[in-house]
Design a protein around this ligand. Structure first.
Ligand code: AMP
Length: 171
């Protein structure tokens, strides 16, 4: 929805990884186990696929990066890569959703066929890693002054509106 409203490319690290797994590429074979267990894919591999997509998107007016970075190390390395290329993040959106709502959403989404949504254990592991590895990023981006907190336990259309308001996008 956001990429449609803003006219910029949606780059989803998870989707890129799932495409590699589906296509049985060399990288897909390497990452399949991690994604299936709900573990984070090693930084080198995820940075490689994301960087390829981001550099392609830059030539098309910008991008919204979804699911990346997920660790402080990824954030720092992405910054070091992007800075010399003149690529910067204007905003970081924190979509705040209570864990129980996340559990419900993922269980409901399992009908769409994502294997990592179909197992309660894999969902729990992803939630655990979010708290351990990803939440510290909030302070990192808050300190840089680009973090926008969005209350996201609402239907998608409402969350999209809240984000566009926070970005100051006129509709
Ligand atoms: P997502 O589609 O964002 O829910 O991601 C699905 C899965 O892909 C995650 O559970 C991880 O296994 C992997 N993944 C996606 N993005 C990243 C990332 N930035 N770092 C490490 N692993 C990732």
């Amino acid at each position: 929805m956001l990429s449609r409203h803003l006219g910029i490319v949606h780059v989803s690290s998870g989707e890129l990884l799932r495409n590699h797994i589906r296509d049985r590429t060399q990288l897909g074979v390497l990452v399949e186990g991690y994604v299936g267990r709900g573990e984070l894919v090693p930084d080198d591999l995820v940075i490689r696929v994301v960087w390829e997509a981001v550099t392609a998107a830059v030539d098309h007016g910008g991008f919204i990066l979804d699911g990346f970075p997920r660790t402080l190390e990824q954030a720092k390395r992405a910054y070091e890569l992007a800075k010399p290329a003149g690529i910067t993040a204007d905003y970081v959106l924190h979509l705040a959703v209570p864990d129980d709502a996340v559990r419900e959403r993922l269980a409901a989404r399992a009908v769409e066929g994502r294997a990592d949504d179909a197992s309660a254990d894999v969902i729990e592991r992803r939630i655990e890693l979010y708290h351990r590895d990803t939440r510290p990023l909030l302070e990192f981006y808050r300190d840089r002054g680009i973090l926008l907190d969005i209350e996201a336990a609402h239907p998608p259309e409402e969350v999209t509106s809240a984000i566009l308001d926070a970005l100051g996008v006129r509709r």
